[in-house]
Design a protein. Structure first.
Ligand SMILES: Cc1[nH+]cc(COP(=O)(O)O)c(/C=N/[C@@H](CC(=O)O)C(=O)O)c1O
Length: 402
């Protein structure tokens, strides 16, 4: 009998499985609103012009193919830390940020999970928002952490359940780890206001919780990299020690190049050096050292003033196109079609996604009847909409909810 005959068929990934179903559909009207990957106004993947320029700069330098250090391209990680924490951040000035390149945001989160499971000096429990990015749960569980939830989404108001969030964080055991989406919450698209972040910071301090930020969309939410980093920078300025996972998949369009970084703020350079050494001990047996190309592209942008500001304007361009799609979809549903229900959240939400409130059966019907694909929780990637498919989408939603 085969060695593997007991292996059961596992379920398709809740997000990446939608793309497979979309690809299998042959209807020309099909629309993929599943995976959070930016598409331009013609529905095509978008390589940022600043990224193309950066790639030319990298190629012109005739780079070698040698191994990177275990923690990756040093100039890249230095510049990634600057982008997240800001040049005037105390931890940057003290040289106390321990940072490593990672296999994009997922890899950063996993290195963080593994590191916390080994070295966090309190109970290995992490609280994630309900709902959160689906992959967070198996990722932290497989790292060896116990995963719990804190209230985040209020179905009635289709908004933030701030009272529930505060109550759950206050009820969490002291020193619990808490995962925070720095901006563009996935899947709800609902972010705390700056005032609410300040209140969350106070509770985290009062309960001695350990904040682990997932910043997968810096610049992509509001169009401003500094605005989107508010929560991270506020917490550090308030004296919290944090863990931070960064992704350059969306804001630089480097999806398949797998560019990210994981960092921990430490007490001082000596402690940073010890933490660096333990990050290397986590990474070496995992994948030894990270890929060259994407980090070189990202660093070519982050280290060149002109290219950096061109990149920032392109990120703003992506954010603005998504915001215009939000306006258009809202107007179709609320005004043209008078679709039953409240649709203001389509406009008030931020970042890649809109949490529509469509039920799982409705999402299934939309896939089967209208060839519109989205995740079963009713999340749509706004980037998948454009002027040539938005009317078909709005009419399909209208039909599905009537
Ligand atoms: C919040 C969040 N964190 C991390 C990631 C990981 O991205 P990476 O490509 O590893 O840098 C993603 C990706 N989210 C989209 C794609 C995916 O599911 O992999 C999504 O939610 O569609 C997130 O939405």
């Amino acid at each position: 009998v085969s060695t593997w005959n007991a292996v059961p068929a596992g379920p398709p990934d809740a997000i990446l499985g939608v793309t497979e179903a979309f690809k299998a559909d042959k209807d020309p009207r099909k629309i993929n609103l599943g995976v959070g990957a930016y598409r331009d106004g013609q529905g095509k993947p978008y390589i940022l012009p600043s990224v193309k320029k950066a790639e030319e700069i990298v190629q012109a330098s005739a780079p070698d193919k040698e191994y990177l250090p275990i923690t990756g391209l040093p100039e890249f990680t230095k510049n990634a830390a600057l982008l997240a924490y800001g040049a005037d951040s105390a931890v940057i000035k003290q040289g106390a940020v321990s940072i490593t390149q990672s296999i994009s945001g997922t890899g950063a989160l996993r290195i963080g999970g593994e590191f916390l499971a080994r070295h966090y000096p309190h109970a290995k429990v992490i609280y994630v928002p309900v709902p959160t990015w689906g992959n967070h749960i198996p990722l932290f569980r497989d790292s060896g952490l116990e995963v719990r939830g804190y209230r985040y989404f209020n179905k009635e108001t289709v908004g933030l359940d701030f009272e529930g969030l505060k109550a759950d964080l206050k009820a969490a055991p002291e020193h619990a780890i808490v995962l925070l989406h720095a901006c563009a919450h996935n899947p709800t698209g609902i972010d705390p206001t700056q005032q609410q972040w300040a209140e969350i910071s106070d509770i985290v301090k009062e309960k001695k919780l350990f904040p682990f930020f997932d910043m997968a969309y810096q610049g992509f939410a509001s169009g401003s990299t500094s605005k989107d980093a508010f929560a991270v920078r506020h917490f550090v300025a308030e004296g919290h020690q944090i863990a931070l996972a960064q992704s350059f998949a969306k804001n630089m369009g480097l999806y398949g190049e797998r560019v990210g970084a994981f960092s921990l703020t430490t007490a001082d350079p000596a402690e940073k050096a010890r933490v660096d050494s333990q990050l290397k001990i986590v990474i070496r047996p995992l994948y030894s050292n990270p890929p060259l190309h994407g980090a070189r592209i990202a660093n070519a942008i982050l280290s060149n003033g002109e290219l950096y500001s061109q990149w920032e304007s392109e990120v703003k361009g992506m954010a603005d196109r998504i915001i215009s799609m939000r306006e258009k979809l809202y107007n179709y549903l609320q005004k043209d079609l008078a679709t039953p229900g409240e649709w203001g959240h389509i406009k008030s939400q931020i970042g890649m996604f809109s949490y529509t409130g469509l039920t799982t059966p409705q999402t299934k019907a939309l896939a089967e009847k209208a060839h519109v694909y989205m995740t079963a929780d009713g999340r749509i990637s706004m980037a998948g909409l454009n002027d040539s498919n938005i009317e078909h989408f709005a009419q399909s939603v209208d039909a599905a909810v009537r």
